[in-house]
Design a protein around this ligand. Structure first.
Ligand code: SF4
Ligand code: SF4
Length: 353
């Protein structure tokens, strides 16, 4: 596929052109951070953002999703009333590589053994424009978990190659459509642009640290099942669930039926849920498999770095650092992974002792 360039000062024009056909969502400043929000004023898009509070998963698996409405009086069942295919298509603009990797993970979860029609409709309705982070963000460790780059999952992908230009990769026919519909803001990349792109990537590689060794994370977690680290962390953790809510790969939800006051209409809704909450593992008979608070945080780590590999072939962490940024107890996922790494390094089989 050909590659292109676009002037940085043409980004506003590009977003305005996209707005004619799409609802465009992208990073905009909000107080001391950035959020993904619907773009009303194209000039507010800030592609130089560090990270956002919430990940863009909220557009693919919304916090609240109506699945079904049932009329008890006339015994009607209306399935999936909010079909996004019927609405205006969307562009998620300016998504970092870690978050595209998060979406690729959700694709496996919601498009695997159980094909989720709500997620599939949202995904199909969405065009993704990525942006390369040439500098690491404050809490991120994406390179350490090999989620600092993407080979697929995007439609267009932008990389700043100079003060004035972005280099543009096309990842799909949807991306081609954007190039053609945006008209003259894109130019075909020259040999010099290719060289600038290579230089930019080299600098990116040097600036992102790679100080975690996770090759044996599965085995380490097996050995560390009874390690005091879990009780230590459990003492700190407030089970607020913030880490899971901001996480681009956490996907659990609860399903609730709500009967209205007339007792004639029921709405079945699914809402984000998290394994950190007390009642997450409560089953019939009021038995709770994880009533002890530390067991819930421990479960989160074992699911992300152990079970997900078996279920989906990859760890469920993109190194975005949002859980660390948001944790009121100051728990840093990177520090926990470092401690597990130390655990592995100090085991006799590794040291030869
Ligand atoms: S576990 Fe933390 S660092 Fe990893 S993807 Fe989730 S929020 Fe990001
Ligand atoms: S954000 Fe921190 S305190 Fe809250 S549940 Fe997660 S680890 Fe525990």
């Amino acid at each position: 596929m050909p590659t292109y360039t676009i002037r940085k000062d043409e980004i506003t024009k590009l977003v305005e052109t996209l707005q004619e056909k799409y609802d465009v969502y992208g990073p905009i400043p909000r107080r001391t951070s950035h959020v993904f929000d619907k773009i009303e004023d194209a000039s507010k898009v800030d592609l130089g953002y560090d990270s956002t509070i919430m990940s863009p998963k909220k557009y693919l698996t919304p916090t609240n999703q109506v699945m079904m409405r049932v009329g008890l009086k006339d015994t009607t069942i209306e399935d999936s009333t909010e079909d996004p295919r019927a609405s205006k298509p969307r562009v998620l603009f300016g998504v970092h590589a870690c978050d595209i990797n998060g979406i690729l993970f959700l694709d496996k979860v919601f498009g695997g053994i159980y094909n989720d029609p709500y997620y599939a409709a949202n995904r199909e309705n969405t065009t993704l424009v990525g942006i390369n982070c040439l500098e690491p963000c404050k809490y991120g460790f994406c390179r350490s978990v090999e989620k600092n780059f993407v080979l697929e999952g995007y439609d267009l992908f932008l990389t700043a190659i100079s003060e004035t230009h972005y280099y543009v990769h096309v990842g799909s026919p949807k991306g081609d459509d954007l190039i053609y519909s945006a008209g003259d803001v894109f130019s075909e990349a020259s040999l010099e642009d290719n060289n600038l792109f290579k230089t930019a990537l080299r600098k990116k590689h040097e600036s992102h640290s790679d100080d975690l060794y996770l090759d044996y994370i599965n085995e380490t977690l097996d050995m560390a099942w009874d390690d005091p680290i879990w009780d230590e962390l459990g003492e700190l953790c407030m089970n607020c669930g913030s880490c899971a809510l901001v996480c681009p790969t956490c996907y659990c939800f609860d399903v609730k039926d709500n009967l209205d006051l007339t007792l004639t209409n029921v709405e079945r809704t699914r809402k984000w849920d998290t394994c950190l909450y007390y009642d997450f593992a409560t089953v019939a008979g009021n038995h709770n498999f994880r009533s002890h608070p530390p067991s819930r945080l421990k479960y989160r780590f074992y699911h992300k770095f152990r079970a997900a590999v078996h279920e989906h072939g990859t760890i469920a962490c993109t190194g975005c650092g949002r859980c660390t940024a948001t944790c009121p107890a100051g728990i840093s996922i990177k520090e926990v992974l470092h401690r597990l790494q130390d655990y592995w390094a100090s085991s006799p089989s590794v040291t030869g002792g």
